[in-house]
Design a protein around this ligand. Structure first.
Ligand SMILES: C[S@@+](CC[C@H](N)C(=O)[O-])C[C@H]1O[C@@H](n2cnc3c(N)ncnc32)[C@H](O)[C@@H]1O
Length: 185
């Protein structure tokens, strides 16, 4: 049985989606805009249904995993990632941590904000937390764009930032006002 597109049947993982392309809802974009009113600089895993509207986007055809994420971005830009779920999360988590480390070593000042399920017991979550400066546990469950119901799992924003402290603090403040638990951001 499926509820709102999410797997809920016996034997199926109720904490996973059978759909890889659930798009970010306006609720999350409004939180990001509180800190980056200029909008998202790069979405490395976009699709045609998305309302993120970044200045730059990579789709599955481009393979955002292998692209240069800092190329052409404004100073203190926002790289926003809502990665494909399922097995792909492993690769995206590792890539985000590596891209962040490379940008930090190069002195490139952008923030990477990643929206993922708050599955703190998974290996990909641990990889993603590598080098992360903060985590924001969102209150309630997200209703993804086009979803008939809220997701059956909690979500969080993981923040990798370097030189974008003021902006990240603004994001944290906006999230706190919505009831989020904020650590370190
Ligand atoms: C969860 S959706 C998020 C879409 C959009 N970023 C948003 O938040 O509205 C993830 C998207 O990543 C795309 N994708 C999967 N593998 C990718 C890759 N290697 N490079 C770029 N995009 C990819 C899928 O097509 C899917 O639409």
């Amino acid at each position: 049985m499926k509820v709102g597109g999410w797997n809920r049947g016996p034997g199926e993982a109720i904490f996973s989606s059978d759909k890889m392309d659930w798009c970010t809802p306006a609720r999350i974009l409004n939180l990001l805009r509180a800190a980056w009113p200029e909008g998202v600089s790069l979405d490395p895993c976009s699709n045609l249904s998305s309302i993120v509207c970044p200045a730059k986007a990579y789709t599955v055809e481009d393979n955002g995993l292998v692209q240069d994420w800092s190329d052409g971005l404004p100073p203190q830009g926002l790289i926003y990632v809502n990665p494909p779920y399922g097995k792909a999360l492993d690769e995206w988590a590792t890539t985000i941590a590596l891209k962040h480390a490379a940008m930090r070593d190069a002195g490139v000042m952008h923030a990477i904000v990643t929206l993922v399920p708050a599955r703190t017991d998974t290996q990909w979550f641990r990889s993603l937390m590598t080098g992360a400066e903060g985590i924001i546990f969102l209150e309630g469950r997200i209703r993804f764009l086009g979803g008939e119901a809220s997701a059956p799992f909690p979500s969080c924003l993981i923040v990798h930032q370097f030189g974008t402290i003021t902006k990240v603090q603004k994001l944290a403040e906006a999230c706190r006002k919505e009831g989020a638990l904020v650590f370190n951001a």
